[in-house]
Ligand binder design. Structure first.
Ligand code: NAD
Length: 258
């Protein structure tokens, strides 16, 4: 059989060798999938999460394959933690090239009439303000070298709304608006900032409504796996997406179209 020749120059656009990526919320679910895929493509991964044990397990899995990773505790609501993660990335790997703002929490299925203001504030703080904080904290590094990739994980809820959790939808819609606005501001520094807005993905966060009802919304009749989202993030983190900024990419099995 004739051997297939991979054209190296094409392949190079998608690989991440020598790049350093911070992934928040990498202890479970989609963030874990993103950390594994980025590391598999050659990136030095700094995986962080508020669940120290979970993120250490992520790091162990990646390390066991001979890939580069550091696992760190980090509460993305806390500037001290954020700065420590960034400093560790710089001390260990020399810089930060890629930031994936993935960490978030869910709303628990409340409707607008029974949500408390305290709960509204809690989720906006976790799902939107933290994206602002982490982004602002890496920008000096990316601006200095006029290069960087920021990928913000939003949600279909932030585009189409959902049956419940208006605070979650507002935060995720805010993530998209923040991404688009910053795309304008950061273009002069050659920093790409994009959003990946998943549809239903089989993680602990998604198991709110009966599963059959959830799956029925997708043309593919299945939920996504973390890797389905991670591959979209990998594209947005790679040189292949250099001409993409301010965009929203939605791996969702055809649940909605934009
Ligand atoms: N699962 C879905 O169907 C779905 C759909 C659309 C969007 N999303 C988004 O995907 C992202 C990942 O969600 P998931 O489904 O993997 O959920 P998950 O609960 O499995 O993972 C979320 C991770 O974030 C971490 N985290 C929570 N609070 C944190 C904090 N203060 N500081 C640091 N880490 C914190 C958790 O410990 C956990 O590891 C989220 O942004 C979520 O909104 C998920």
């Amino acid at each position: 059989m004739e051997a297939k020749v991979i054209e190296q120059a094409m392949y190079d656009y998608f690989q991440l060798v020598g790049k350093t990526a911070i992934v928040t919320g990498a202890g479970n679910g989609i963030g874990k999938g993103i950390a594994k895929v980025l590391a598999g493509l050659g990136a030095n991964v700094v995986a962080c999460d508020i669940e120290a044990d979970s993120v250490e397990k992520t790091a162990e899995e990646i390390r066991s394959k001979g890939l580069n990773v550091v696992g760190l505790y980090c509460d993305v609501r806390n500037y001290e933690d954020i700065h420590r993660v960034i400093q560790t990335a710089v001390d260990t790997y020399g810089t930060v090239d890629i930031l994936v703002n993935n960490a978030a929490g869910c709303g628990g299925g409340v409707t607008v009439d029974n949500i408390t203001e305290e709960e509204w504030m809690r989720l906006i703080e976790l799902n939107l303000n933290s994206v602002y904080r982490f982004t602002m904290s890496v920008l000096p590094i990316m601006r200095a070298k006029k290069q960087g990739k920021i990928v913000n994980i939003s949600s279909g809820a932030g585009i189409t709304g959902d049956f419940s959790d208006p605070h979650y939808a507002a935060a995720k819609g805010g993530v998209i608006a923040f991404t688009k606005e910053l795309a304008h501001e950061l273009a002069k520094d050659r920093i790409n900032i994009n959003s990946v807005a998943p549809g239903l993905v089989d993680t602990r966060m998604a198991r709110i409504r009966p599963w059959e009802e959830e799956i029925a919304d997708t043309l593919w009749h299945r939920a996504g796996q973390p890797e389905d989202i991670a591959y979209a993030v990998a594209y947005m983190a790679s040189a292949a997406s250099d001409f993409c900024t301010g965009q929203v990419l939605s791996p969702n099995g055809g649940a909605w179209m934009q």
